[in-house]
Design a binder for this molecule. Sequence first.
Ligand code: ADP
Ligand code: MG
Length: 694
Amino acid sequence: MQHHATDSLLDQPVTALRGVGDALAEKLGKLGILRVVDLLFHLPMRYQDRTCIYPIANLKVGQEVLVEGEIDATEVVNRGRTMLLCHINDGSGILTLRFFHFTTAQKHSLRKGALLRCFGEVRQAGFKLEMAHPEYRLVNPDTPEPIENTLTPTYPTTEGLQQRSLRRLIEMALQQTYVLPDLLPENVVRQYQFPPLKAILHMLHTPPSGSTVEGMRPQRLIFEELLAHQLGVQQARHELRQVQAPAMQEANHYWRKLLRALPFAPTDAQNRVISEITHDLQQGIPMNRLVQGDVGSGKTLVAVAAALHAIANGYQVALMAPTELLAEQHYQNLTRWLEPLGVETVYISGNQTPRQRRRKVENLLLGIGHIAVGTHALFQRTVEFLQLGLIIIDEQHRFGVHQRMSLREKGKQGDHYPHQLVMTATPIPRTLAMTAYGDLDYSVIDELPPGRTPITTVAMNNERRDEVITRIADACREGRQVYWVCPLIEESEVLQYEAAEVTAALLRERLPHVEVGLVHGRLHGSEKESIMRQFKQGDIQLLVATTVIEVGVDVPNASLMIIENTERMGLAQLHQLRGRVGRGSTASSCVLLYQAPLGKTARKRLDAMRNTTDGFVIADIDLELRGPGEVLGTRQTGDVRLRVASLLRDQHWLPAVQEAARAIVAQYPERVELLTRRWLQQAGGDTATRFFQS
Ligand code: ADP
Ligand code: MG
């Protein structure tokens, strides 16, 4: 093993620095600073200029400056509360320093005639200028301390951690930069004319007087961080491929039998993705694939194809959905499709009593149950499988990377890991996907089943509700069904379902000939299920719902979707909701009700919804309006902890970064470890777990 540079002080925990004990280390840890090198990448938010002494006569309100003057007078006054005032004079003018908290010793030290240097923000007090609680120190006129010759950085900090200690520690780290190697490939440095890393760090932490570094985010650091991140996901992916998974044989008898029974044929896109998956399943290493398909693109069928492949090989499958409602729907679909094949689907619900559940759990353990469907309840300790070969996670954006990893661990049998298939309707721009989900292979179902007619979308002011109600009546008269999605009330689930009840009551009154149903998050699983079943069967014509119907509910006869309060919803959610209609062959429409006046962003969102139904276009606009943190879900980006770079702002770098990552692996493999270690924040641990569990 090579021991260059990596053994330096920089790679050691912060406690290796003089004066850093456990308490301080803990505070630094809160800032993500674990090792000495992390201090170097803890960049200032802004700077103070203490490099010149300002004449008092030139001060302006709001300036943060250094002044020096002789104390004219110090007095304690009482203006409603006791305070200490100290007036200093530099020959050009007089400035008052005001202290609301002070000690007697402090008062005595500020004696008339002493020379005082202080730093603070200038503010207006009546007609005069003053500083409240400035930093100050007494100056010996015979041996005046030199003033700073660099700008003073202000760092992001945490409670109980002084700027001064941060600065001191960072200065200590800066003294070690002589061992900090430049790790970017030389051609990248040349092509983009990146300055050397050391120079950049010194410039950022100790900018010479007069430099303009405020808000500076050097592209080299951004590039390096994105590169380290890219290498990290690649490495995690590589490590995941070092373990074993069942190598399944080509076996499609169940699937062929299902195809004969289905009233439709899979689309080309579905077939392509299915063959990508079955290819993965035949390898002896765990599949780790993300399938992205717009709402209604038929992801369930793809999941079923994968499941049947595993089952035909004698393995069991776990299908996990984010909500009970969806799990129930999957259970029903699967039972309908698979029972005739002799494939047994087991439903595991958080709502089942232990007794109800026991039988099902036993079946899984005995291998009588082939597919288990459920929410995360599936992965409680009591549920065990005889031979779990494949885990399918539906609607991935509700699950974080952590959950994905821990599921894999739970499914581990002996030294074999189950295959994993993740399905999401959230379209992810390709470059982002490679960086945010670089550990996954990626398939896209880029085609909707035939015979779907496009959805017409209109935005309407709340005041035009009457027109909307007429439209509902018309649709129902034509034998169609309608969704009405109630406002999202984030503050309270109770308020949310009360609002839904009020709306349902109102609609019942206004539409006496229409059968109205209500579904919300407070209903029990069985109640929800029964209402959804009635809606599916057409017994309910108008379904009033809270946003619980967001993901995956499938009722092809529904052709009208009303969404309330759309000014408060995100694009991704609106797109998901709208995807509940337009699943049959009738022309569908979506009415976006909003409360005027519309803000600028809200208007842009509604415009986007009216102009396109293409999930990828919507994802791009969403990304533009919100940034990747929200697009990918906070859970995921919680793992993508970037210090300098931003996936959104800096995404133009991603292609070059991906290219550089390839070059590093091919030409400088020893730098992979150095780069990921430098940027990915944890001392020790293997990269895969470090990356995902940081
Ligand atoms: P999503 O991708 O949103 O999960 P679903 O799997 O719920 O979509 O499928 C939406 C609807 O399309 C379902 O009714 C499903 O049976 C139907 N479907 C799936 N594949 C096809 C196909 N190839 N042709 C016609 N209908 C299909
Ligand atoms: Mg679905």
